[in-house]
Design a protein around this ligand. Structure first.
Ligand code: AFP
Length: 341
């Protein structure tokens, strides 16, 4: 069976829709190439002496793994010379990374979590790279890019995707016209299309949540989970299954392929105290999930409508099967607690 390569898919998309500019195609191919190198490093594991901690903390106050730093450097080096970017931002860097003056600047902003799920690296579980692409404001041409130029709601993304380094190395991508999966053919080093356009299958009775955080849950979340734990004897009338991989990329990929819902709600005891980052985790995943017919909510409204105020701001995330996400949202409206001042 002859499969489309990532390059041919994007060239055909460019011809079909006329919206895929060559610089954006170059951006995606450059990120995809960097992900191949990251996959190779991860695959070496202890043999490549890339496991364990770097001995430093990132801007989030989290211990950096060696691979967090390696992957971050790989993505910066791969993307800064091509002329397609105005600037970059990463989970691993406090502020934006400007394109060095020796290189031409482009019209796109690239944001990424170089290794998502990095607490899984040393124990052999799937991790991933998440990326999001925005257009730099026209006003930014001819001046230095600022953090404010990144403060765009997720609905402005022109592309988003992730690589998942698991039993296979996969790239899942949307350019705004559907979600497509590519598998890395290691023998020739090509990304070959293996699925798409993805649509989240309805009715999969599976939820992903870290139950150890139940003290943080609002009454609405508690009600939603308790009903599902009640299973056949409860109001759902059927048993549910639970999964939690502590790697958002792996949980989201499972949902895109077989359905279900992912919840990492904000701590209802102090709104704004949440785990996942808006700009390079929630927004790209919300973009993909909506492109695949699902929904993505922060507990108050659509994630892609959230107006960002900072590169590293955190947000609650409830995403996946549209019916299930809307059920959680309905409980939230019914059981709305007065927003604490
Ligand atoms: P790390 O990259 O620090 O491992 O965090 C992964 C993550 O951001 C996301 O991928 C997981 O869904 C979530 O955190 C896991 O959080 P818990 O460790 O609280 O379960």
């Amino acid at each position: 069976m002859k499969r489309l390569t990532l390059t041919r898919f994007m060239i055909e998309e460019q011809r079909r829709s006329g919206v895929l500019r060559p610089e954006l195609r170059l951006l995606i191919e450059t990120v995809a190439r960097a992900c191949k190198t990251i996959s190779h490093s991860i695959g070496k594991g202890a043999l490549g002496e890339v496991l364990g901690s770097q001995g430093t903390d990132n801007v989030q106050g989290e211990v950096q793994k060696k691979l967090d730093v390696i992957a971050n450097e790989l993505l910066l080096e791969a993307n800064e010379w091509g002329g397609h970017l105005a600037a970059m931002a990463s989970e691993e860097m406090e502020t934006l990374h400007r394109i060095p003056n020796r290189y031409p600047k482009g019209e796109y902003l690239l944001l990424f979590d170089p290794i998502d799920g990095s607490s899984n690296i040393d124990v052999g579980l799937s991790v991933g790279t998440i990326f999001s692409v925005l257009r730099a404001p026209v006003s930014a041409s001819g001046r230095e890019v600022t953090e404010q130029d990144f403060m765009q709601p997720g609905r402005e993304q022109v592309a988003a995707g992730y690589a998942i380094y698991g039993p296979q190395t996969l790239l899942v991508l949307s350019l705004g016209t559907g979600v497509y999966e590519f598998t890395l053919d290691r023998e020739v080093g090509a990304w070959l299309m293996t699925d798409g356009p993805l649509q989240i299958p309805a009715g999969n009775c599976e939820f992903a949540i870290n139950s150890a955080r139940h003290k943080q849950w609002s009454p609405a979340i508690t009600r939603y989970i308790d009903e599902r734990l009640a299973g056949e004897e409860g109001p759902c009338g059927t048993d549910y299954n639970m999964r939690w991989t502590a790697s958002m990329v792996a949980d989201v990929h499972r949902i895109l392929k077989r359905g279900g819902i992912f919840l990492y709600p904000a701590d209802h005891r102090s709104p704004g105290k949440a785990r996942l980052r808006l700009m390079y985790e929630a927004n790209p995943m919300a973009f993909l999930v909506e492109q695949a017919g699902g929904a993505a909510n922060d507990g108050y409204g659509r994630i892609l409508d959230v107006k960002p105020v900072g590169l590293h701001q955190r947000v609650g995330v409830i995403l996946g099967d549209k019916t299930e996400v809307e059920t959680v949202a309905a409980y939230g409206r019914e059981m709305a607690e007065p927003v604490k001042a």
